[in-house]
Design a protein around this ligand. Structure first.
Ligand code: DAH
Length: 354
């Protein structure tokens, strides 16, 4: 290759330069093609000799161009990477994209703790039938327990209700017949109620464990461990009170010690109590109604009031404010969208934006 050509290739600065050189030398009107054309005028011996030389030269030039091209392409990529470099160690810019509601936050926290205990997620519909919401749960028609829950009925629909609790998901899960069972079912529930600790729409998490040997001790252990993790405290003041639910026997309610002073609401022993959940051993009739043999299987169940847990953890005195949609309230009590709770790095450590 003569020096002029190799210099030209060497001096190319961009991928475009080298492409231009390629066309100039090897293209249809390029210098090599022109020379090839000239071969016709030569004698056969000369043509063979010159032809070989030209081919050699052509290959040499092609290789030089292609290696220069690769070099320039690499250079271009590196320059681009350099100019588009992002410092991922910089703190993120806070953008005002709204807040996570304390109920959603609390629900996520509860699910992540119960998930770490080995509970799987289950679901059921908000619009329920009478069988799953009541009958299968050992609450027959005309049973006084129906009055315990002020039910919303669907107008014109016989036997269809807005579920008054998440307990029907227990029945739906047991009906599938896959044993043993260890599930939680979070969701919305509806009752005709309205005061500081009651709203017509609220949230529960149902828990259900069915196995051959499960007892009240397992239930209490599970719930006490849960509240310690949830409130991130070594000890939480709790008490179990005997209670009544048609779908459990025996039944209990768990209260958490709390105080409500000077508009402040917090966990505290020896002041007052707030009921946060109902629980008990699943009634044999409920097992039977759901197709499980109570002679062989038994289990426990619980129903958390998510909103109540949120009130206690985040010091929110009035439940009704949860659903007012007041932007100042959500700014105060809400959570940043990126603070996803998880058991490993902490549940609410970065939350509670003030
Ligand atoms: N479903 C009950 C309620 O909404 C709460 C409850 C109590 C759920 C006891 C349970 C349970 O699973 O065992 O008032």
């Amino acid at each position: 290759m003569d020096k002029e050509i190799s210099d030209k290739i060497l001096k190319a600065v961009t991928v475009q330069d080298i492409e231009q050189i390629r066309v100039e030398i090897l293209g249809k009107k390029g210098f090599i093609t022109e020379k090839m054309k000239g071969l016709g005028a030569l004698s056969p011996e000369e043509r063979k000799l010159e032809g070989q030389k030209l081919n050699l030269l052509k290959t040499e030039i092609e290789e030089a161009i292609s290696s220069k091209k690769q070099e320039l392409e690499l250079k271009a990529i590196n320059e681009k990477l350099e100019s588009e470099k992002v410092d991922i160690t910089l703190p993120i810019r806070q953008r005002n994209v709204g807040r996570i509601h304390p109920v959603s936050q609390t629900m996520e926290e509860m699910i992540s703790i119960l998930g770490s205990f080995g509970f799987a997620l289950a679901e059921g519909p908000d619009i329920e039938d009478d069988f799953h919401n009541f009958q299968a749960l050992n609450i027959p028609e005309s049973h006084p327990a129906r009055q315990m829950q002020a039910t919303f009925f669907i107008e014109g629909e016989e036997g269809v209700v807005l579920r008054t609790h998440t307990s029907p998901v227990q029945v739906r899960t047991m009906e599938k017949g896959e044993l043993p069972i260890k599930i939680i079912a979070p969701g919305r529930v509806y009752r005709c109620d309205w005061d500081m600790t009651h709203t017509p729409l609220f949230h529960q998490i149902e828990g259900l464990v069915i196995d051959k040997k499960t007892n009240m001790g397992d239930l209490k252990g599970c719930l006490i461990e849960f509240v310690k993790k949830f409130f991130e405290m070594d000890e939480v003041p709790v008490r179990f009170r005997p209670s009544f639910f048609p779908f459990t026997e025996p039944s209990a309610e768990m209260d958490i010690g709390c105080s409500r002073e000077n508009g402040e609401f917090k966990i505290e022993a020896n002041k007052g109590w707030m009921e946060v959940l109902g629980c008990g051993m699943v009634h044999p009739n409920v097992l039977k109604n759901s197709g499980i043999d109570p002679e062989e299987y038994q289990g426990f169940a619980f129903g958390f009031g998510i909103d109540r847990f949120a009130m206690l953890k985040y010091g929110i005195p009035d439940l009704r404010d949860f659903f007012e949609g007041d932007i100042r309230w959500i700014k105060h009590y809400g959570f940043l969208p990126l603070d996803v709770p998880n058991v490993a790095t902490g549940l609410s450590l970065n939350g509670g934006v003030k």
